[in-house]
Design a protein around this ligand. Structure first.
Ligand code: ADP
Ligand code: MG
Length: 624
């Protein structure tokens, strides 16, 4: 009998291990940044090329490595972070497996430069597919720089499996945000293809969250703090009215490590009970400190799931801490969804002292005026969306609603109902009967609001938000249920975009075609368009697509649903009639009627109030 078992050569073992550690460029970013944090760095810079497919470089100013360590760090199970099995129960570092660098070096070209503070010169090492290709002394600042080039160069299957640059970049941004959120005392920056994506100065948690998620985030945050024997909780939850339609901003950190925990997520959602609308998700940024002994990080190779000793207690503490905060910051009592909210003043307007309404009458306005009289004027500023709105109206205002459901079937069809958010039967209360709504008169205020009467008072509608809501629902329907019609262009439209933007457009191409765009070519740096949605004019296409790309760059969704949602939001916003646009009576009525045939007429797609009501009772009070 011959023996057939043999030990795998190191480079093969490393390649196999790499499969677990490195799924995509974002995993490399995570591992390298975590190493930089473990090295006690104050500044960490991440540089990416082509979504990390060409280059991922992490530069830190941490403690650096000696020459021997610089050689050693690429060995499998080489770590400075634990020495004995007991150390596993008192982990204070991110890494401990000693696998990351060995794995990364097995599947890419790595260049390491490192220098310790008290050394004169540093060490430079190049490793290609686990083999040291070159080693030298080098002059470099204190700290470590690791460049990872041509990831998966020797595993073509893996490389081909990578998603578009837009998607891979999104994953990188996600990982980057997670570590950056957990370590506000470290300065971070992220560059992609020469452009700066993030520049985050040293600060506190609140400011770091705001720096990452935008200036308005600060006012949406409610602090949460709790100290018990088993856990210390700090951080923030978002106010319920800012809850999102997607799960984007939900972060748990345990001992400064980002984790996913459906169970703890449930605790948060439970704390928000009764405060959230259906299918909306609260934001949270919660930092839990527990005794390292009480957790086992080892259960998941990429370490985003952990096991707690006393999960039940943690659940209860977390829930009550958040409930307490929501109550304390007066968030809870104000919202009360059990009441019939149909006639309520929208939340934003509650408790505001009444302002004397400033009624400005448009003296030129004459609801009985002939169509053509004003279309004339409106042609002057021919470039804006609003002018087009009017221009089209001049020819036939119906074209504005082409593709929308016809008037006689104001009820959304059943297919749509299934895929949509919950429906609030606002229609029933606002418009008692169809005849009723026919008679309703409307007028326009300040070229911005449509005012309409109700049985019980008056209704003031923000025309832009209302139209955005209408188009948004229409767009969602086009993308998911039945495609919209498009208008053929006489001459193809040729637009130029950069590679990154083209990537985004490619990703959206199918959905865009559902809304009425027809692309004949999306290649290199240009896009050729031969058909566009009926609601827009050729001159607006470029602006609309640019806005769309910008929206996707800011908020890249990682699943199909939120992608569709964002696309619909972005296009609806761009196509909707703007404030400052004069609307004739028919258009006003049309918007009102279409709005109340919507699933959620009360909120714009970005969750802002579309209309306010003023009841006779409220009016009576003002006259007392
Ligand atoms: P682990 O982080 O699990 O220990 P790695 O393969 O990520 O394993 O790193 C191996 C070792 O290399 C680390 O334990 C550390 O001593 C050293 N090292 C890696 N990156 C850095 C860095 N940026 N600065 C200083 N030392 C580093
Ligand atoms: Mg590591």
């Amino acid at each position: 009998m011959t023996d057939i078992i043999q030990l795998l050569p190191d480079h093969v073992a490393n390649q196999i291990a790499a499969g677990e550690v490195v799924q995509r460029p974002a995993s490399v970013v995570k591992e390298l940044v975590e190493n930089a944090i473990d090295a006690g760095s104050a500044n960490i810079q991440v540089v990416i090329k082509d979504a990390g497919k060409t280059l991922i470089q992490v530069v830190d100013d941490g403690k650096g490595m000696s020459l021997t360590d610089a050689r050693m760090c690429f060995e499998r199970h080489a770590t400075s972070k634990i020495k004995t099995a007991e150390d596993l129960f008192s982990l204070q570092t991110k890494g401990f497996r000693g696998e990351a660098l060995a794995s990364i070096a097995a599947i890419s070209h790595v260049e390491l430069k490192t220098k310790q503070e008290d050394e004169e010169v540093g060490t430079q090492i190049k490793v290609e597919g686990s083999k040291v290709a070159n080693q030298d002394v080098c002059v470099c600042p204190k700290g470590t720089s690791v460049s990872v080039k041509n990831l998966f160069y020797n595993i073509p299957a893996r490389r081909n499996f990578l998603k578009s640059d837009a998607v891979e970049t999104r994953h990188i941004i996600d990982e980057f945000q997670r570590v950056a959120l957990a370590h506000p005392q470290i300065t971070f920056s992220l560059f992609h293809n020469g452009g700066e994506l993030f520049q985050l100065p040293e600060t506190n948690h609140r400011q770091r969250i705001t720096n990452i998620f935008g200036g308005k985030t600060n006012e949406k945050l409610v602090p949460v703090t709790e100290e018990t024997e088993i856990v210390e909780i700090s951080g923030f939850v978002g106010k319920p009215e800012f809850a999102k339609k997607s799960r984007g901003e939900q972060f748990f950190f345990v001992n400064n490590r980002f984790i996913k925990s459906p169970y703890l997520n449930h605790a948060v959602v439970a704390a928000f009970e009764g405060l959230l609308k259906d299918k909306s998700y609260p934001s949270y940024f919660l930092f839990l400190k527990v005794d390292p002994k009480s957790i086992d990080i080892n259960i998941h190779p990429t370490k985003t799931e952990i096991k707690f000793d006393d999960e039940h207690a943690l659940y209860a503490i977390l829930r009550s801490a958040i409930k307490h905060s929501l109550g304390q910051f007066n968030v809870a009592p104000v919202l009360d969804f059990d009441r019939d909210s149909n006639l309520d003043t929208p939340y934003d307007y509650k408790n505001r002292s009444a302002e004397v309404p400033q009624v400005e009458v448009d003296r030129n306005f004459n609801p009985f005026q002939e169509e053509n009289a004003r279309t004339h004027k409106s042609k002057s500023s021919s470039n804006s969306l609003s002018s087009n709105f009017k221009r089209e109206r001049g020819e036939s205002w119906e074209s504005l609603y082409a593709g929308l459901q016809s008037e006689d079937s104001p009820k959304p069809d059943s297919d749509f109902r299934e895929i949509e958010f919950e429906s609030e039967e606002v229609t029933g209360n606002l418009f008692q009967s169809p005849e009723d709504s026919q008679e309703k008169s409307t007028f326009q205020l300040h070229k911005k609001y449509i005012v309409s009467t109700l049985k019980s008072g008056i209704l003031v509608i923000d025309q832009h938000r209302a139209h955005t809501r209408i188009l948004y629902e229409e767009m969602l329907k086009n993308i998911t249920v039945s495609a919209a019609v498009s208008q053929q262009l006489l001459f193809p439209l040729n637009l130029q975009f950069n590679t990154h933007e083209i990537e985004i457009l490619k990703q959206l191409q199918d959905s865009l075609e559902q809304t009425g765009f027809v692309f004949s070519e999306v290649k290199g740096n240009s896009v050729e368009i031969v058909g566009i949605p009926t609601l827009i004019s050729e001159s607006e296409v470029e602006i609309l697509l640019e806005q769309l790309i910008a929206d996707f760059e800011n908020d890249v969704p990682d699943n199909g649903f939120s992608q569709t949602d964002l696309l619909a939001k972005s296009l609806a916003k761009g196509m909707a009639v703007k404030s400052g646009t004069l609307l004739n009576n028919t258009e006003q009525q049309h918007i009102v009627n279409r709005l109340f045939a919507c699933k959620e007429p009360g909120l714009s797609p970005s969750n802002r109030s579309v209309f306010v009501t003023l009841t006779v009772d409220e009016l009576d009070k003002k006259f007392m």
